[in-house]
Write a protein that binds this ligand. Structure first.
Ligand code: 4NP
Length: 152
């Protein structure tokens, strides 16, 4: 039996964007073949539930992400995961900084490059905005995760 394919979603706090990406992709994949998790480059929110606005927009589309708890991205995640999707350029540089070889570096990509390869578009941080920001983020991540689920 072959090992599961493991995917990690990464943002800054692991409470707004990456928990949504985690929940959306997990819902599209066969759990006997894939593992999905998420992490933040920052340590501020370790152990916390996703932001209430992320929980609400996920629930609106039938997903329950309330069991998730924030963790910080560490170099060991390069060993544990096959694909690491980051939300913005700042996440990208913070993750790449911990890579120790080219193979690890190659595991990391901006999630929106799934939709527009090479454009390096970013999923905007919705933390300081309103509910519409979370809706926009959800729609972007839904489209990107659909593409990922068909490719990996
Ligand atoms: P996330 O959003 O990176 O999508 O989880 C943020 C959450 C918290 C903070 C920044 C971004 N913060 O500064 O506390």
């Amino acid at each position: 039996m072959s090992e599961k394919v493991k995917v990690l979603m990464v943002c800054l706090g692991n409470i707004c964007r990456s928990p949504l990406a985690h929940g959306i992709l997990e819902n599209k994949l066969d759990p006997s073949k894939y593992t999905v998790d998420s992490a933040g480059t920052g340590a501020y929110h370790i152990g916390k539930q996703p932001d209430l606005r992320s929980i609400a927009v996920a629930r609106k589309y039938g997903l329950d992400i309330t069991n998730q708890r924030a963790q910080q991205f560490k170099a060991r995640h390069f060993d544990e995961f096959d694909h690491i999707f980051v939300m913005d350029a700042s996440n990208y540089y913070n993750v790449i900084e911990l890579a120790s070889n080219d193979e690890e570096h190659q595991k990391v990509n901006l999630i929106l490059n799934e939709l527009t390869p090479g454009m390096d578009s970013e999923v905007p941080d919705p933390y300081y905005g309103g509910d519409q920001g979370f809706e926009n983020v959800y729609q972007m991540l839904e489209e990107a995760c659909d593409k990922i689920s068909k490719r990996i």
